[in-house]
Ligand binder design. Structure first.
Ligand SMILES: Cc1cc2nc3c(=O)[nH]c(=O)nc-3n(C[C@H](O)[C@H](O)[C@H](O)COP(=O)(O)OP(=O)(O)OC[C@H]3O[C@@H](n4cnc5c(N)ncnc54)[C@H](O)[C@@H]3O)c2cc1C
Length: 741
């Protein structure tokens, strides 16, 4: 078998949550992936936070991105499948992880590392919880913004609940954040509330005293032996009947099990955490591991702490492999003594090791060195295609870049044009729209005088998440019918599945079809058939049929001179997909990219039709330049385009200026670049966007200039007027590019 071909894996390891332990497995995968095994990371958020640097970020010692692990990039760099989903439970008998709004995920080994949450009074608690850590800073900023708008002529009252490491560090560092970001809030009155008689109760007395002195020095009001009974938005009441007026309450209390723990039908400890053996395997299912805060090793009374979670990484790595290989597992022995470093926010830290404690500047430097070394390992996102290792997808392309998936896997436009021109079609009266000139969907007259709209679209996978692939593929195929103003009636699926076990093939096809069916369901479009073959690369697509009324159909090649050109979605999908393959697509860019591909063009097409658009097409593989050329060429029209008005996805210009683009873009440039008239070169990032292939991209619509604003108002944000159509001076279409000023 050609080694560039894909095969489905024999085993599936699934990581649920990518906290301090599971993240280690992702990193190790880059170095020593297990053969015939796929590693999948399921996370409800696209980033993970390193808790050791949260306080430093508040104190302004680090930029917010410094404590953030970008899971999209880390997984891409390590050849780990990333699934952005919310887990809802576990079918432990069938080894299925249940996910919200999508089919369950089968696993041979699962590691649950979903962390914990601070203990609060009830679900409706007032205030902010320190977890999820990923969203703490934005939530805090939003709350402070709200308080700033209600500015009172007295100090802002903030109470942090919980006198453990997290609460104490927060008390030291939070005021610096407020001063820096919200100076206008004026003075802050900060309280630290602890229900026990001592803060830092797990630490030696000297550390407690040092922390108390520092709290006093920083004028933090320490309230010990105070258990909160109830909380309102402006006040908390303690069990001793005392009250404390507060504007903001922050919960940094001891760890409790997440809600998700309850539907997991495996044995738990008295606090609801999953009970494990010292191999980190659940006592109720050998194939399920529970790590970090999420698991409790039976007969061990340990505080929930990141230091244990980090150390478990190495054992989990060995044990996941050993479990699948059927060899004995290693025992995890928690460290008896470890170094604790509490950031006091003033370039010092309190260090504790055994009974030794001190508060000094060198301790902060040591902490900074340890934390930086840790996070550096997780903020390293090398291009997987440049790595010399055994991952199957990245070999065998020689010096050529790996071809892109999605619409980027099309053969080049010139090849297609050449082949289509050679077809000797009979002149068939019933064909209203066919391949001469090429259009988005065929239109064939039948019976009643109405028409059948038909279109076909398929491509190689551009994501390893088959459910997401199914959804986007369906939406992409629908574009061709929408743009004709046709009403979709039926779908036929085409799938090429890599060789593998029957169960793996079923799993992948289930996900593909379920994703597509989700998009078709509301449209009442049944998948009525299809064809599935085994082949070298996962490929998926649809033939769609639709009803169209021939007289009202929107055509592609009928724009009028002086019409405005409207693009309904931002460009850059091909650039970002190419970047994702190189582990260069940041998680926030990836989220916008995915949401853009998942947004339907139905309303845009309906609005265009209703408002009398003169022509419309779907921007896909040949990029804006190619599809616009197809619109203009029949009537020998040209267009003026204002480059700055072309909407683009976040990150695209940055990536283009690094030279990252889809493998189809050079072919598009070759085919359509000569049509450009511009002072800017075709390779310039500002112009390069015109050749970017789109997968589930937007529609390009021409409409009379007096109706353009109405259409724009009817379209989703992100749509824009990008230029206008004009008569050609010569004998071919020219895209005249200009800058807005
Ligand atoms: C401010 C602060 C400072 C701290 N300082 C220290 C310290 O100095 N030393 C120390 O030892 N400990 C410290 N801790 C405690 C430490 O953070 C935790 O013990 C540690 O984070 C536990 O790691 P974990 O991997 O179990 O969970 P986490 O790091 O919390 O990771 C869990 C992951 O699971 C994901 N997840 C949650 N629910 C789901 C779901 N339903 N589906 C999919 N994914 C999900 C989350 O998004 C998260 O990324 C601190 C905590 C805080 C808040």
């Amino acid at each position: 078998m050609n080694a560039s071909e894909e095969t489905l894996p024999k085993n599936d390891i699934v990581l649920l949550g990518a906290g301090h332990t599971n993240a280690h497995i992702i990193r190790m995968w880059r170095m020593k992936a297990l053969s015939e095994t796929r590693l999948t990371c399921v996370s409800n958020l696209t980033t993970a936070t390193y808790s050791g640097m949260v306080a430093g970020t508040l104190a302004g010692q680090y930029h917010a991105s410094r404590n953030e692990i970008d899971l999209v990039r880390l997984c891409a760099a390590c050849n780990v499948r990333f699934i952005h989903a919310q887990a809802t439970g576990l079918d432990s008998d069938n080894n299925l992880l249940l996910l919200d709004n999508r089919p369950p995920l089968k696993f041979d080994a699962l590691s649950i590392g979903i962390g914990s949450q601070p203990q609060t009074l009830s679900a409706e608690d007032i205030g902010l919880t320190i977890k999820p850590m990923q969203t703490f800073l934005p939530r805090l900023s939003a709350k402070l913004q709200e308080l700033a708008s209600l500015k009172k002529d007295r100090p802002l009252r903030i109470a942090i609940v919980g006198g453990g490491t997290a609460g104490v560090e927060l008390a030291f560092c939070l005021p610096k954040f407020i001063q820096r970001q919200f100076g206008k809030l004026g003075p802050v009155e900060l309280h630290l509330i602890e229900k026990g008689s001592q803060i830092l109760s797990d630490m030696p007395p000297r550390a407690q005293i040092l922390a108390q002195h520092e709290l006093a020095r920083q004028k933090v009001h320490l309230k010990r032996n105070c258990t909160i009974k109830s909380a309102r938005s402006d006040c908390v009441e303690f069990e001793n009947q005392e009250t404390l007026p507060v504007d903001l309450l922050i919960w940094a209390t001891s760890a409790t099990a997440l809600k998700l723990h309850s539907p997991i039908n495996l044995p738990k400890d008295e606090r609801g955490f999953l009970l494990t053996r010292n191999t980190l395997q659940s006592v109720g299912n050998d194939s399920v591991f529970a790590v970090g805060d999420a698991g409790t090793v039976e007969n061990q009374k340990l505080a929930k702490a990141g230091v244990y979670a980090v150390r478990q990484g190495a054992i989990l790595w060995k044990n996941l492999r050993n479990y699948l290989l059927g060899v004995p597992l290693k025992k995890w022995r928690p460290q008896k003594t470890f170094l604790t470093l509490i950031n006091s926010g003033d370039s010092r830290a309190i260090a504790t090791y055994g009974q030794f404690s001190t508060h000094a500047r060198w301790c902060w430097h040591l902490k900074n060195w340890i934390d930086s070394r840790f996070i550096d390992k997780y903020q390293y996102y090398p291009d997987p295609s440049k790595m010399q290792h055994r991952h199957k997808q990245v070999r065998n392309h020689g010096n050529k870049p790996m071809p892109c998936g999605g619409c980027g896997c099309k053969v080049s436009a010139s090849v297609l044009a050449d082949c289509l021109s050679k077809i000797k079609n009979p002149t068939a009266e019933q064909v209203l729209l066919g391949i001469q000139p090429p259009d988005d969907a065929a239109l064939v007259k039948y019976g009643s005088g109405d028409a059948v709209a038909a279109t076909t679209d398929f491509f190689t996978a551009f994501t390893e998440d088959p459910y997401l692939l199914g959804r986007i593929t369906a939406l992409n195929a629908l574009n061709d019918l929408y743009v004709k103003g046709a009403h979709p009636t039926a779908a036929l699926a085409m799938a090429i599945l890599p060789p593998g076990s029957q169960s793996q093939q079923i799993n992948i096809l289930d996900n593909l079809l379920a994703g597509a069916a989700e998009e078709f369901r509301d449209l009442n479009v049944p998948i009525v058939g299809g064809h599935t073959i085994e082949g070298p690369k996962l490929t998926f697509g649809f033939t769609l049929l639709g009803d169209a009324v021939a007289e009202t159909v929107m055509q592609k090649t009928t724009p009028s001179p002086t019409d405005c050109l409207i693009l309904t979605k931002p460009l850059g999908i091909g650039v970002l997909l190419a970047a994702h393959m190189r582990a260069a697509c940041k998680s926030n860019w990836w989220e916008t990219l995915r949401d853009t591909m998942l947004s339907s063009n139905l309303t845009a097409a309906q609005s265009a039709k209703r408002l009398g658009a003169t022509a419309a097409t779907d921007v896909s593989g040949f990029g804006l330049a190619g599809h616009l050329h197809e619109m203009l060429v029949t009537q020998n029209l040209s267009a003026d385009i204002v480059l700055e008005s072309i909407p683009q996805l976040p990150g695209v210009q940055e990536l283009l200026s690094q030279g990252i683009e889809s493998t189809l873009a050079p072919h598009n440039r070759e085919s359509f670049g000569r049509n450009l008239k511009s002072k800017t070169k075709a390779l310039d990032p500002a112009t390069a966007i015109l050749f970017d292939p789109q997968t589930s991209g937007g529609l390009l619509i021409t409409i009379n200039k007096h109706k353009a604003e109405d259409l724009l108002t009817a379209l989703a944000p992100g749509a824009a007027i990008i230029g206008k159509v004009k008569k050609s001076d010569g004998n071919r279409p020219v895209l005249q590019l200009s800058h807005s000023c």
